[in-house]
Design a protein around this ligand. Structure first.
Ligand code: PMP
Length: 368
């Protein structure tokens, strides 16, 4: 048993059982005499690992057959460019929803490749909410709509999947694209509502270095922008089962172990219930306290990343130091917002959150 609880926003805590299994298999995977790190990505051993990882993901998320799963590199940040390079097509125009810093990064990158319209924004309330669908303006000729389903820094999460047919007028089949990096596999979601989903692995599914893309097959027929490098074309990777070049093999292996762990937990419906319970413990405490504060609109609060401030920022240092002494680490808020942030992804056990909440109560009692 480890003695600390790690609240990092990512790279983040992984299930202890997964790390133990990786340790056991480190030198000799299944009698192959090799570590997974030493295997050819085209050898039968690694091919079986990649296949099983993909099947487990497909089973967990209920991914329909007409969607490809790609294991890529370059992080979610590369997707900010890859999405417009591949999906803008002749339309040259896309709609983006702006709910905070990650949406903004995606927007600013997309502007390098085409024209961007802000379909909706929560800027007017300091990015502390999700704009209701009724306020979205979808352009009749936009190639896709992009949004971030969970803003990791702001702690704002969509509790619903946008149904664009209700607001897109004649453009009702417009593909929905989601940056799911920080709430991927934390709750059930209906893949068929999306054109493309991407998620950096280092929060809910594995180590850094891997980004998972789920893309509807017909979107692979859109010609990428002229000059798009082979490595930046989805079709390159789809046609080569993510083996066009050397994929991040060890990260895929760990993701496979995490998928098996998730299945053992009861899948996405069960993990969602646990995530709801964990988040509620912290928000309930914040809401009854005048010492802790969370600026996010209640209905839009993230179950994965809970940002909060202390009424006296002068106590931040003491809070972090004492938290650390209680085994509660990486609680410092993002450098752009200050305060604290507790990231409580799938692998954070309930006991970790209970320990945090007990500590927060105690700290408040001693300093309020
Ligand atoms: N999108 C979101 C929502 C994120 O949280 C992050 C990373 N924190 C990124 C994109 C960028 O991911 P990466 O560092 O893997 O490029």
């Amino acid at each position: 048993m480890r003695k600390i609880y790690n609240f990092s926003a990512g790279p983040a805590v992984l299930p202890e059982e997964v790390l133990e299994q990786a340790r056991e298999e480190m030198l000799d995977w299944h009698g192959s005499g090799m570590s997974v790190m030493e295997m050819s990505h085209r050898g039968k051993e690694f091919m079986s690992i990649a296949d099983e990882t993909e099947s487990a993901l497909r089973e967990l998320a209920g991914i329909p057959d007409h969607y490809k799963v790609l294991f890529l590199q370059g992080g979610a940040s590369s997707q900010f460019a890859m999405v417009p390079m591949n999906l803008l097509g002749k339309k040259g125009k896309a709609d983006y929803v702006n709910t905070g810093q990650w949406s903004a990064k995606a927007i600013s990158e997309a502007k390098n490749y085409g024209s961007v319209q802000i379909a909706a924004s929560s800027e007017s309330d300091g990015f502390n909410s999700v704009p209701p669908l009724a306020q979205w303006h979808i352009s009749p000729d936009a190639a896709y709509v992009h949004y971030a389903s969970n803003e990791t820094i702001g702690g704002v999460e969509f509790q619903w999947t946008p149904d664009l047919s209700a607001v897109a007028g004649d453009n009702k089949n417009i593909p929905l694209v989601a940056d799911m990096s920080s709430n991927f596999l934390s709750r059930p979601f209906d893949v068929s509502k999306f054109g493309l989903i991407y998620a950096g692995a280092q929060k809910n599914v594995g180590p850094a270095g891997l980004v998972v893309v789920i893309v509807r097959e017909d979107l692979l027929d859109i010609p990428p922008l002229a000059g798009t490098p082979a490595m930046f074309r989805y079709k390159t990777h789809a046609d080569n089962a993510s083996m066009y070049n050397t994929p991040p093999t060890y990260a895929i292996y760990i993701m496979g172990l995490v998928m098996e762990w998730l299945k053992k937990q009861g899948g996405l419906t069960a993990i969602e219930q646990r995530n709801i319970a964990k988040a509620k413990l912290i928000y309930d405490l914040i809401d009854v306290s005048s010492f802790y504060h969370c600026p996010v609109n209640q209905a839009d609060r993230s179950r994965m990343n809970v940002p909060f401030t202390l009424s006296d920022p002068g106590l931040d240092g003491a809070f972090l130091k004492q938290a650390q002494a209680h085994g509660l680490i990486q609680l410092k808020g993002h450098r752009s917002v200050g305060g604290m942030r507790a990231s409580i992804y799938n692998a954070m056990p309930l006991e970790g959150v209970q320990t945090l909440v007990t500590f927060m109560r105690e700290f408040e009692k001693n300093h309020a």
